[in-house]
Design a protein around this ligand. Structure first.
Ligand SMILES: [Mn+2]
Length: 245
């Protein structure tokens, strides 16, 4: 709805979580609260959109938030299922991979969180560690599934200069929370890693030359923004881009 009046709040589409046992879509309220706080209207998508609906929704919404969630099926990046791979949702995989392709074609603002950054990388031709503890060994293993509350940061992310993340943060490093057992391995063509965990694990990606906001983060800013300026600015810059689109 790019013809909307500037006084209207931008419409932000959120991809739903999926309870695969009950086959029910659901949403974590923290995402909705974060989008509302920075002036956007969050709208949760259904899981079972048809292609024609996906195309219409791509044109309708002003920004797209790809939320956290379970693992992506390894077939999407050409691998067999590793011993410690977690649960998957074929419905979510399909919805999000199809939607992201259309959104990138339409050059609309994109924010990917946790599963969302992995989705971005896989959609563009990269791959991921299916299970960090068994596939990424370190002398001092950093906890990427932290043993305490989501509101408390657990590891550092070093920011690459002259990137969107560096402009958002304005400082060379930030402290983030960590609740992922998968992570980017081989970066997709066209993506830049702009935030790195200790030992070099990719925690933030962006697309050079994308005409509007495009950011994937491995951490969960929706649990940090009340006390963390960078987390809040990730949402406010995303919604600002959606407003201007
Ligand atoms: Mn992490």
């Amino acid at each position: 709805m790019s013809s909307k009046k500037s006084s209207q709040k931008p419409l932000i589409a959120l991809t739903p979580y999926h309870n695969t046992e009950k086959d029910e879509p659901y949403m974590r309220p923290a995402y909705l609260k974060a989008i509302r706080t920075v002036g956007g209207t969050p709208i949760i998508l259904p899981l079972d959109l048809e292609q024609e609906e996906l195309e219409r929704f791509t044109a309708m919404f002003d920004g797209f938030l790809f939320t956290g969630g379970p693992d992506l099926h390894p077939f999407h990046f050409g691998e067999e299922t590793q011993l410690h791979c977690g649960n998957v949702s074929p419905k979510r995989d399909r919805l999000e991979l199809e939607l992201l392709k259309l959104v990138i074609q339409a050059k609309k603002p994109v924010l990917g969180i946790c599963r969302g950054i992995q989705l971005i990388n896989i959609c563009l031709g990269g791959d991921i560690y299916q299970d960090l503890p068994s596939q990424f060994s370190e002398d001092f293993p950093v906890a990427h599934t932290q043993p305490f509350s989501y509101e408390i940061p657990s590891h550092t992310v070093t920011i690459v200069p002259d990137t969107l993340l560096s402009r958002i943060a304005g400082i060379p490093a930030i402290q983030v929370n960590s609740m992922h057992h998968q992570a980017i391995r081989r970066l997709a063509p066209g993506l830049t890693a702009s935030g790195l965990a200790p030992h070099g694990l990719t925690e933030c990606v962006e697309m050079q030359g994308y005409p509007t906001f495009f950011l994937g983060v491995q951490w969960h800013p929706e649990y940090l923004w009340e006390q963390d300026e960078t987390a809040k600015r990730i949402f406010s810059e995303f919604v600002k881009a959606a407003r201007q689109h």
